[in-house]
Design a binder for this molecule. Structure first.
Ligand code: G6P
Length: 770
């Protein structure tokens, strides 16, 4: 490093010196030229004013008068003297100082007499540097009469030019000294900059990397090191470090499990497993929501990860097998980020798979996404007492957009043999049939991320038959839990002609078999148990409360999209009841609700946001005092990274969905609690409640029960908290997202595809026209 700064400074000194010398040289040259010009002009002016008198004296032959005239002019500044010559080059008059040197006419005089025109030259005269300006002398009368003039001789004006050299030297000296001062100053400043802005950060980065290499850095500390100047480099290094740490902990975990004779699903295992299973085939995922959105923000473009459990769950799968994810390009700057095939590689910081964006116009988005999917199917499948709305125009768009995605998928798969397709969610019920019709060789699974209601509830959908038929185009239909599978089989039984095998949970319809199984989705990475040097939960908590400017002892957290299925209002009522019943917690317990606005374009969601804000405001108004309030509502989307500290710091996490397919927040909270502390309060109406038996389970409609659960969580003894958390962590460790994907894809790949005859039968099925 020292050598580097020395080199830097020497190059800088040489550079600055060279530049200064060149510019001084130029200045000296210009100065010299100006002084010379000035001297020439002065000589000419003097010559012209003298010429008249000298001409007359010569004409009259008055040599003594001529000598006097010459002497009279001789005492001007820097003038060494004058000399007058006859046309044949003999001296006629001369000032005394010049007599010794000018008796013989210098060449410039000879030239003037010969050419009969003015001439000048800088030359040496004895030891002196002089300027000689010579003017030809003419007969004045002839000039006046306009006849050809007669050459009478030449007048030589001799100036001392020595001062020009002295002045040039002075300029050289001055510029050299100022350049020297500049060089010293610049070198000093550079040295300081190097010390403060480069050496320091590099030393810190090196220290950071050493800690990482030697495994002394906890994963929670892997952020971008504080090196402003090298931010892009630092980001790369941080990404690299994160991959290194992930690989290291996966290897450690593998080694541990091998030692215990078990095998946990990891990203590495999934990658290896998928390679074997897929063979030459490739994995394609279709979902409405894309994993990365490019959003215009002023003049720049920001990349954001949308708040979607589906996105959280699928990203590790795509990363593991470098697949293709086809999704709606809904970001305001999405079109600028793709190539001409609407593709780009993601994640942007560490590209591992391909995202193919599908473009929708306003009408399509309105009808298919907002209308049919979110005003129709979403409330239809979630029993949360919001009435579904079904419009024929929305249904039309839903069909058309399913067709559009099918076309995009077919195009992506066109050169792939034996592709495997995972269709995601309620946005694409018609897609499996559309794909199978064109490519019976493709293995298609659809995973329904939301609940499937009982047949009575589902029957209010005017297009229930078409939806079920579209889904039955798939080889595999997956739900989170068994009861959703049961509901689907019962619905199928009622609405389409089919043969149901209740033993194997499969449906046969016109020669095609669809298997229906539960695959509880999960999260990817588990936070390791606390490491020495990690901030404790209490430290993180006090940091969070300080940043929120709240004085409190206990912290609760909730993380949701602002959706009516999440039971946020019921949760707030539970908190209110808790504070009412147990006033000793007033001034002590604060609940932070992180709420990401979602589908706000729909009135129901728009109104809900206002209701949630008003309810938090009302409860705060009732209880708040000094620097404490019961509810902090953070109404904006938070990144995964921003949410982590809240999970780690909270005494409890409240998940009170009125109905939820799985709910990954519950699992994320458990995964984040490497310290085995914290209590999860979980709605019995979530898929997660089937697996996380050690959560405090509540009926979110039962406000008293939620209030009691909050008290129980805050007063639970440490040992019990740990035991419950350990159990829940074990469940999530064993059933993680890699296992989910591994099982789903394994089952899909092991299914026997239809025979050509049965496939032909399936092809004969009518599908709804686009
Ligand atoms: C649920 C759905 C997902 C959806 C997510 C966010 O988790 O199952 O398909 O992506 O909500 O909703 P959004 O409408 O914003 O995609």
């Amino acid at each position: 490093m020292r050598l580097l700064s020395a080199r830097l400074i020497v190059s800088l000194i040489v550079g600055v010196t060279l530049v200064s010398l060149c510019s001084s040289g130029y200045e000296v040259l210009v100065g010299k030229r100006n002084l010379r010009r000035d001297l020439q002009r002065r000589a000419e002016v003097l010559g012209e004013s003298l010429a008249g008198n000298v001409d007359r004296d010569i004409e009259k032959g008055a040599l003594q008068t001529l000598q006097r005239t010459v002497q009279r002019f001789a005492n001007r500044e820097n003038l060494m003297g004058l000399a007058v010559y006859s046309p044949d080059g003999h001296i006629i008059a001369v000032t005394p100082d010049l007599a010794a040197h000018m008796n013989d006419a210098p060449s410039v005089v000879v030239e003037t007499l010969k050419e009969d025109h003015e001439a000048d030259s800088f030359q040496k005269l004895g030891d002196a540097r002089v300027h000689i300006c010579v003017l030809p002398l003419h007969n004045q009368d002839n000039i006046l009469e306009g006849s050809r003039d007669k050459l009478l001789g030449a007048l030589a004006i001799v100036h001392d030019a020595g001062y020009i050299r002295a002045q040039s030297l002075r300029i050289w000296r001055e510029t050299f000294l100022s350049a020297l001062a500049h060089v010293v100053l610049i070198a000093l400043i550079t040295l300081l900059i190097v010390r403060w802005s480069i050496e320091g950060p590099i030393a810190r980065t090196a220290h950071w990397m050493r800690a990482l290499r030697t495994g002394r850095m906890p994963s929670s500390r892997i952020g971008v090191p504080d090196v402003e100047l090298f931010r892009p480099l630092a980001r790369e290094v941080a990404t690299f470090a994160e991959s290194l740490n992930t690989a290291r902990s996966a290897a450690q975990r593998e080694a541990r499990l091998r030692a215990q004779g078990q095998s946990e699903w990891t990203a590495e295992r999934l990658t290896a497993d998928l390679r074997t299973r897929l063979g030459i085939g490739r994995l394609f995922v279709v979902s409405n929501r894309e994993p990365y959105m490019h959003m215009r923000s002023g003049r720049s473009v920001e990349v954001s990860v949308p708040p979607s459990g589906l996105v959280t769950a699928l990203e590790p799968v795509l990363v593991a097998c470098d697949g293709t994810w086809i999704a709606h390009g809904s970001g305001t700057a999405d079109r600028d980020a793709v190539d001409r095939h609407s593709r780009l590689r993601v994640p942007p910081d560490d590209p591992r798979y391909t995202l193919r964006r599908v473009w929708l116009n306003k009408d399509e988005e309105e009808g298919y996404y907002y209308g049919f999917a979110n005003e129709g199917l979403w409330p239809l499948c979630h029993i949360a007492h919001t009435r579904p709305i079904f419009r024929a125009s929305d249904w039309k768009q839903y069909q058309a957009v399913n067709r559009k995605f099918a076309d995009a998928l077919l195009e992506e798969m066109k050169d792939t043999e034996k592709p495997v397709v995972l269709v995601q969610d309620y946005h694409f019920a018609l897609l499996p049939r559309m794909i199978k019709q064109k490519r019976p060789d493709v293995r298609v699974a659809i995973f329904w991320h939301i609940p499937w209601p009982n047949p009575e509830a589902f029957s209010i959908c005017p297009w229930q038959r078409e939806l079920v038929d579209g889904l039955l185009g798939a080889d595999l239909v997956g739900f989170h839990i068994q009861s959703h599978c049961n509901n689907f089989l019962q619905t199928t039984d009622r609405v389409v002609e089919s043969r149901i095998n209740w033993e194997h949970f499969s449906i046969q319809r016109l020669g095609h078999t669809t298997v229906v199984h539960p695959f509880p989705i999960s999260v990817g990475t588990m936070d390791a148990s606390s490491e020495p040097g990690d901030e404790s939960g209490a430290e993180v908590r006090s940091g969070i409360l300080k940043s929120l400017d709240i004085d409190a002892l206990f912290l609760g957290v909730g993380v949701d999209r602002l959706d009516y299925t999440k039971g946020i209002l019921e949760r707030f009522l539970g908190i209110e009841r808790f504070l009412e019943k147990y006033p000793r917690y007033q001034g002590q317990f604060t609940f932070v609700q992180i709420g990401a606005p979602s589908r706000s374009h729909l009135k129901r969601y728009h109104d809900l946001e206002a209701e949630i804000e008003a309810e938090a405001g009302r409860i705060n108004w009732r209880f708040q005092r000094d620097k404490w309030k019961p509810i902090v509502l953070l109404k904006r989307q938070h990144s995964h990274k921003e949410i982590q500290p809240y999970y780690k710091a909270a005494d409890l996490c409240l998940v009170t969905s009125l109905h939820d397919g799985m709910n990954l927040v519950a699992k994320e909270f458990v995964a984040a609690r490497g310290d085995e502390n914290g209590v999860l309060i979980l709605s019995i109406f979530t898929g997660a409640a089937r697996e996380l038996r050690d959560a405090l389970q509540v009926n979110p409609y039962d406000i008293e029960q939620t209030a009691e659960a909050i008290r129980a969580a805050l007063e639970m003894d440490m040992e019990e908290k740990q035991l419950r958390m350990q159990h829940m962590r074990r469940v999530i460790r064993e059933r993680n997202i890699y296992q989910w994907a591994g099982r789903l894809i394994a089952e899909l790949c092991e299914l026997r595809l239809d025979t050509p005859e049965s496939a032909r039968d399936a092809l004969r099925l009518r599908i709804p026209a686009a």
